[in-house]
Design a protein around this ligand. Structure first.
Ligand code: FRU
Length: 710
């Protein structure tokens, strides 16, 4: 019915000259069929699509319910749509168009006397992109009074081999459309340009040019109107120079470029680090998204934490290496992005070392260089390095890449010094014929690398280190760990890793990934931090890092196994202590933690369950339970084995606003679980269920924030 009314209206409008100034709808694709348009081939189907077709990314920006969508039977199908003849009677033809970009094979064409006089195609010519239709128009005043035909063609195959068209009108008022390469110029006189971000808005390609030369390119969800948050783009390196921000496509009405605020400060940062969902003793970037920890190294008296950073989005993308430093791995100062995407691609994960003997020659004035290894994830994906002699300024090596493409998947170089063979060793994740492997390379100068061996069935972000078993320096074992934190223990001769254990689970919780250990820690501890997938909706930042965790190897009945323990430096956060001496606890007893209200806490408890089934904590709404029957720890639904030892067990629990990290079974059981605590609930409780338990010791530490306080 809808379509009947619409064609009637259309007929009236076209046939009634007294409505000359009003728009004439040529096609709105609202009916069951394309009639009176004629379709050939399969691409457009038998009638207009009602939005997204099966297998297609969400199609948006079309008018009302239907549109011409040539994704029928996928990208490879071909076809045409042709309108009946009509008379050009307005100055413009406006239309909505989206899909693939291919001027010859994917187009909306205007034909007069059988000749194509105007043509338009979609915006997408690479993977990713968007199915959104956008307003475009042609000035057709020169053809006034002529008879014309519209034709939509799809003769394209493969990725983005389709076109979307809707709402074609004749009009005397130029429809507002999009500007290509819209620009705004600045003279760099402030530290930042604050960029307005709208989460979920179409990604625009934003290029920063310095004195006319493109320097970095990012895909940014620019806010055309009100911003969800502001992303500071640091421009201090180019003071006094001419900066241009160029946006590939911007609606004529967009306020995005005009809204950018040059400033020495972050915009809207009054509550920085005190935001309701900011982890208070876990690192997270001031703004934007983080994933993997990168380049972890102790250098010049500081721990360095680089990280996969999207400075301009709440989600993953635009990979930069963010940078933060700390004296104790607990209090971090974020210093800004150090490796920016370049012509070799975005900056993916990798590690760092101190080149004590200056084997690379990057050292200066007797100062050993810090050397970063990263993946440039362009096409092809390659490995590169960058160096620094002050821990602040980094230079990408002019001889990059240091390793060229081996297979389509190759990334995340982690480099270590191997003392016995006096060689550098790189472990690199490489996909070989569909198998996830770790490949080993060696080098004497960090620049030239020789392949030596391969170990299969490890995925992404390797780390590789030696640890003494139960502290015995004469009995050391090598640990190879992948991004999931599953690991194998074995031996290493400088060239090949020989596993001596099966694959062993690492963490037993959720959202802990791509962990990496610091290199060159002076006291020899092996301390690792993971990407903690703590989601913080509504905040101007997202995700975080786990606590720094000290790793050891301990003998078990099944062979040596890795233990995880929070580093002792975390004790610096203790603000107020509650110590409850040994007591028994049975169902119905008064809550021993009833007096405590804590935003942030560390709880240490040792107990004998006795005939109790469960020792159950509730921490700000999250459950941490020891299940004595199953001999398991449960953290908000995530369970992990922790067998009783002589009828006893213990738990260490760290609770931050974004989640809990629970340690049990002498560190063999590590359960990190992201959890957004309700800001209004600061209650803690402890109960015994099913019987009487003995609590041999209970300590609760209220913790202070690790962030700078105003
Ligand atoms: C792991 C990972 C790495 C890659 C990086 C990109 O989370 O996929 O393999 O280098 O993230 O951000």
């Amino acid at each position: 019915m809808h379509s009947l009314i619409r064609s009637a209206l259309l007929f009236t409008a076209m046939a009634t000259p007294c409505f000359a100034a009003s728009d004439v709808v040529i096609a709105d694709f609202e009916g069951e069929s394309y009639s009176p348009w004629k379709a050939t081939g399969e691409a457009f189907g038998s009638g207009p699509a009602r939005g997204t077709l099966p297998g297609q990314m969400p199609v948006e920006g079309f008018k009302d319910k239907g549109l011409a969508n040539s994704f029928h039977r996928g990208d490879d199908s071909a076809g045409t749509l042709e309108s009946p003849e009509f008379r050009i009677e307005r100055k413009f033809i406006g239309f909505l168009i989206g899909g693939g970009k291919n001027a010859e094979k994917l187009a909306l064409q205007l034909l007069i006397d059988g000749k194509v006089v105007r043509s338009a195609t979609g915006p997408n010519d690479r993977p990713g992109g968007s199915e959104a239709l956008a307003q475009e128009s042609w000035d057709v005043s020169e053809f006034a009074g002529k008879q014309a035909i519209l034709r939509i063609i799809d003769d394209a195959k493969g990725g983005w081999g389709h076109i979307n068209v809707d709402h074609i009108v004749q009009t005397d008022i130029k429809p507002k459309g999009y500007l290509s390469n819209a620009e705004r110029e600045f003279t760099a006189s402030t530290r930042y340009l604050n960029i307005p971000i709208k989460n979920g808005a179409p990604k625009r390609v934003v290029t920063l040019l310095v004195d006319g030369q493109p320097v970095v390119r990012n895909d940014i969800e620019l806010a055309d109107g009100a911003a969800d948050w502001w992303a500071p783009m640091e421009v201090s390196a180019w003071q006094g120079k001419k900066l241009t921000l160029r946006v590939d496509k911007l609606h004529e009405d967009s306020k995005a470029l005009a809204a950018i605020v040059p400033s020495d400060e972050f915009k809207e940062a009054a509550d920085l680090y005190r935001e309701p969902m900011r982890g208070q003793f876990h690192f997270s970037p001031m703004r934007g998204w983080n994933n993997d920890p990168n380049g972890m190294v102790f250098y010049n008296g500081e721990y360095h934490l680089f990280f996969q950073h999207n400075p301009y989005g709440w989600g993953w993308g635009n990979m930069h290496w963010g940078h933060a430093v700390s004296k104790d791995m607990v209090h971090w100062e974020e210093l800004g992005d150090k490796l920016l995407p370049d012509e070799m691609g975005p900056m993916f994960s990798g590690g760092a070392v101190v080149d004590w003997k200056n084997t690379s020659g990057f050292g200066k004035d007797g100062k050993p260089p810090m050397v970063l290894f990263y993946t440039a994830a362009g096409n092809p994906t390659v490995q590169g390095l960058a160096y620094s002699t002050d821990g602040r300024n980094f230079t990408k090596y002019e001889g990059n890449p240091i390793l060229k493409q081996i297979t389509p998947g190759n990334r995340d170089p982690k480099v270590i010094w191997h003392e016995p063979t006096q060689r550098w060793v790189m472990v690199l994740y490489v996909e070989v014929e569909g198998v996830h492997t770790m490949q080993f390379f060696t080098s004497t100068n960090l620049k030239e690398w020789t392949f030596t061996s391969q170990t299969d069935h490890f995925f992404e972000c390797p780390d590789f280190f030696e640890l003494p078993v139960d502290g015995d320096e004469s009995n050391k074992k090598w640990v190879l760990i992948g991004a999931s934190s599953e690991y194998r223990i074995g031996s290493f001769d400088g060239k090949a890793f020989t596993p001596e254990s099966p694959m062993i689970p690492g963490h037993r919780g959720k959202g802990f990934y791509a962990a990496q250990a610091f290199s060159d820690v002076p006291d020899g501890r092996r301390i690792l931090m993971g990407w903690w997938q703590t989601e913080t909706k509504g905040m101007a930042f997202n995700q975080s890092m786990s606590l720094p965790l000290e790793l050891k190897l301990t003998k078990t009945g099944a062979g040596p196994r890795m233990t995880f323990a929070p580093v002792k430096e975390l004790e610096n956060l203790r603000a107020k202590e509650h110590r409850i001496p040994s007591f028994t606890l049975k169902p119905g007893d008064k809550n021993p933690l009833g007096e405590i209200q804590a935003d942030l806490s560390e709880i240490r408890v040792s107990f004998e369950p006795g005939d109790a089934n469960e020792i159950a904590f509730n921490i700000r709404g999250a459950t941490v339970t020891y299940d004595a029957r199953k001999q398991e720890v449960e953290v908000n639904g995530h369970r992990a084995p922790a067998p009783l030892r002589d009828g006893k067990q213990s738990l260490t629990i760290y609770s931050d606003r974004i989640g809990l990290e629970v340690f049990s079974d002498e560190g063999l059981c590590f359960v990190p679980v992201p959890f957004n605590a309700d800001p209004g609930n600061r209650k803690l409780s402890l109960e015994a269920h099913g019987g009487t338990a003995k609590i041999s010791s209970l300590e609760v530490h209220e913790l202070r924030s690790a962030w700078p306080q105003k």
